[in-house]
Design a protein around this ligand. Structure first.
Ligand SMILES: NC(=O)C1=CN([C@@H]2O[C@H](COP(=O)(O)OP(=O)(O)OC[C@H]3O[C@@H](n4cnc5c(N)ncnc54)[C@H](OP(=O)(O)O)[C@@H]3O)[C@@H](O)[C@H]2O)C=CC1
Ligand SMILES: O=C(O)CCC(=O)C(=O)O
Ligand SMILES: [Mg+2]
Length: 739
């Protein structure tokens, strides 16, 4: 380990990046007296794009590959990284970021869906690595421990967020496939030796197409493979579109096109085509000529129509209007601007979108901006049952009550790209019907499926060491809390059956005396957990990677209103710490509001919580008592911050993100000035505390006065740093105190 303790604070995108411009100077000021360096690394979407085209950029434009550097660091015991949410870019977002950078004078290539020259192919390859969820899987060299800290729960109990009422007659429901999907086609096995396999397709003419070669598998690793049948999917979508019309509910598709960056955009594209089928039947050749890519949503089609002569364009728009008349209403992302659920694949992301719907009485927004019962279409049935069970529970029991409900922390299997979220390089849209095989060098076939052209086939890996670490983490959380822990695993699912064997084996490595640790299928686990939750009881959900993602938005959003208030720790397998700030995303809607009226409603509570645990980790690793005292003071200050309700308001001309940072700083300095554990620190912080307290009125006035006007920070994906800093630090008085 190096002598100098260091915390890496990531620079990301959208609302969290704005918040960083205000909060980071405060962090640096408070950590310096303990000799702690705080360094930033740019892993924003724009930063990651620039980092991969150094040969095309001028000196001064080039950017280090910070993600690669951090990817190495997290395998190191000295890693201490605070990770804010970043954009997991869908193609429309990636293209928009490229355009902005090009306009700013960066000579980077276009993103071409169908590259022809070698150079174009190479550019696409680099962009495809940046696309989707490309940051988190690289940094997450550990499993996930996410929970609502006690003061956050207490705050929600005392100040409950709004919860939409549930009616027994609600028509809202989940629709999922009953055959032909990933869940039903899964096969799985555990390797008994280190080996290398190929994935190959033998077509009906007996030709062999190697889809992936040299895939290394470690002894004890679980490999599973499955596919989504294109025909079954389309049949399902068509039935559900008709059913939504008949039941008079909104049609809404819920996917994870960002993390499942290869499979889910294809499924999304099929939904767009199925929904607007009459349009595609009539104009498919025009759309082909225009290069419309349905996987990028209706938005892509509409923007490409601009390339047509006016007459032709208007004809198609009329035809589109006619289609809407014969279809069920679509759930809207933004009814004011006519943005539907099918416009952009990254607008409706299942982990956040389903809980938001459940919190809103099971309803989504229609084109008139009103709430309406909804059919939530989740094609693959592997995990859809969790939402179905929750919705049915709410119909029966009414909405949960945040003042009395319990809590559901999560211990998630995540390390080393576990399970589905690491499957992209092994996911293929099948070109020819035939047999797809996973085969080793000796010709032994481990897994085999018969597939048709257009099916989506994928393989997932789950290494053994992460499973051992996950079981250990589950036991340690169960011990620390005394709460029951349920492994959400379905013995009837091929992959889960392999995991269950390991769980039973590795539980024996631990003293589980007196602990309540069980295994139940996701649906049964949901039902049991919800019963307990309603009665004010806590249950740890121990899940695989996808349910980790789903549950850590679902329960927090019901319990405390948002997953931004979660403590989200990734104990790295090699001893370092990755501290994620909250469990949610980068809140694009907050940036829109900020640009319109200079009010940022982003709540940095997740950053405060992450910083405190990062400091505790550092204090222990470096035996640095000052760091521990600063961490304790931050924890107490955060509690006071909650009690005094200094979180940002949603409304303009009230305390926003920046004002909330002032209060945190003021409480933090007061705690440090008053503590007795380190006189030196107390002396250093006492004048700072006095200045912050004395200037409360002046500072908050300065911070609120600037609001109400539009704000331009010179870019969306790559704002102008000076403009951003000026915008996020508008109080001259506070700036002078913080320095
Ligand atoms: N860890 C990561 O890096 C993650 C990244 N993402 C990425 O983030 C982007 C947006 O994803 P999306 O699914 O819309 O989810 P978000 O979590 O960004 O937003 C959903 C809503 O949650 C509320 N919210 C989230 N965070 C905060 C906060 N700190 N303070 C107050 N409210 C908050 C907001 O509600 P309201 O509008 O009502 O204020 C927001 O609109 C995508 O690009 C996605 O890929 C998503 C998840 C995790
Ligand atoms: O990495 C991403 O794209 C999203 C991550 C996420 O939603 C989560 O970890 O909860
Ligand atoms: Mg998530």
């Amino acid at each position: 380990m190096s002598d100098q303790p260091k915390i890496i604070y990531t620079k990301t995108d959208e609302a969290p990046a704005l918040a960083t411009a205000s909060f980071l100077p405060i962090v640096k000021k408070f950590l310096a007296p303990a000799g702690i360096d705080v360094e930033t690394r740019d892993i924003s979407l724009a930063g990651r794009i620039l980092a991969v085209f150094p040969e095309r950029l001028k000196e001064g434009q080039k950017q280090e590959d910070a993600l690669a550097e951090l990817g190495n660091l997290v395998k190191n015991p000295e890693a201490n990284v605070i990770k804010l949410p970043n954009i997991s870019a869908s193609v429309p977002q990636l293209v928009a970021a490229i355009k902005e950078l090009q306009a700013k004078g960066y000579d980077i290539p276009d993103y071409l869906e169908d590259p022809e020259t070698e150079e174009e192919k190479e550019s696409k390859k680099r962009y495809d690595k940046i696309k989707g969820s490309a940051v988190n899987p690289v940094l997450r060299e550990g499993n996930s421990d996410r929970r609502a800290p006690k003061p956050v729960k207490q705050y929600a109990r005392n100040n409950p967020h709004s919860m939409g009422e549930w009616s027994k007659d609600s028509k809202s429901h989940v629709s999922t496939m009953s055959h032909g999907d990933f869940a039903h086609n899964e096969k799985s096995f555990t390797t008994t030796k280190d080996t290398t396999v190929n994935i190959q397709l033998i077509d009906k003419a007996d030709r062999t197409h190697v889809l992936k070669s040299g895939l290394a598998l470690q002894k004890g690793e679980i490999l599973d493979a499955t596919y989504m049948s294109k025909n079954a999917l389309i049949e399902f979508l068509e039935e559900e579109i008709d059913d939504a019309l008949e039941k008079d509910v909104l049609f809404s598709l819920h996917m994870k096109a960002t993390m499942m960056k290869v499979s889910d955009p294809i499924i999304f594209g099929h939904a767009v085509e199925a929904f607007f089928k009459p349009l595609f039947d009539q104009y498919s050749s025009t759309f082909n000529k225009l290069g419309v890519d349905v996987n990028n949503g209706l938005g892509d089609l509409l923007s490409k129509l601009h390339d047509l002569p006016e007459l032709e364009r208007e004809e198609i728009k009329d035809a589109l209007r006619d289609v809407y008349k014969t279809r069920p209403s679509l759930a809207m992302v933004n009814s004011d601007h006519g943005i539907t659920n099918l416009h952009v694949p990254s607008d409706v992301i299942i982990d956040a979108s389903m809980p938001a719907m459940i919190r809103n009485s099971g309803q989504m927004w229609n084109s008139e901006g009103k709430s309406q019962d909804t059919k939530a279409v989740i094609p693959d049935s592997s995990y859809a049952g969790v939402y179905d069970a929750t919705i049915e529970f709410c119909k029966k029991n009414g909405a949960f009550d945040p003042t009395t409900m319990g809590t559901v922390p999560n211990v998630g299997l995540m390390a080393q790209k576990a399970e589905e979220y690491g499957s992209h390089d092994k996911t293929f849209e099948i070109g020819y019907g035939g047999k797809i095989q996973v085969v080793d060098q000796d010709g032994t076939v481990y897994l085999e499926h018969t597939v048709e052209a257009g099916d989506i086939w994928r393989a997932c890996q789950t290494k053994d060491a992460p499973v051992q670490d996950w079981v250990k983490l589950a036991v340690s959380r169960a011990k620390a809390t005394g709460d029951p822990a349920i492994f959400w695993l379905d013995e009837n699912r091929a992959h889960d059956a392999e995991i269950i064997k390991k769980v039973n084996l590795y539980l024996k490595d631990h003293d589980t005396n007196g602990l309540d640790i069980t295994i139940a299928s996701p649906i049964k686990a949901t039902e049991r957990t919800l019963e307990r939750l309603k009665d004010g009881l806590n249950t740890i959900s121990v899940t695989g990677n996808v349910l980790r993602d789903y549950n850590t938005d679902l329960f927090p959003i019901l319990e405390v209103g948002t997953s931004a208030k979660m403590l989200s720790i990734v104990p790295l397998m090699n001893g370092g710490g990755l501290f994620e700030t909250g469990a949610g995303g980068s809140a694009p809607k907050h940036v829109q509001q900020f640009e319109q009226e200079n009010h940022l409603r982003w709540d940095s509570l997740g950053e405060f919580l992450a910083l405190a645990v990062s400091l505790e980790h550092l204090a222990e690793a470096y035996d640095n008592n000052k760091a521990q005292i600063i961490a304790d003071a931050l924890t107490t200050a955060t509690e006071k911050f909650l009690t005094n309700r200094k979180s940002p308001s949603r409304k303009v001309n009230e305390l926003d993100n920046r004002g909330s940072h002032y209060y945190l700083a003021s409480y933090w300095a007061q705690e440090l000035a008053n503590q007795k554990g380190d006189e030196d620190l107390a002396a250093q912080f006492s004048s700072l505390a006095n200045k912050l307290v004395e200037n409360e009125e002046k500072i908050t006035k300065e911070l609120i006065e600037v609001q109400g006007k539009s704000m331009d920070i010179g870019g969306y994906y790559k704002p102008d740093a000076d403009k951003e800093n000026a915008a996020m630090r508008p109080s001259a008085t506070l700036n002078e105190i913080i320095g």
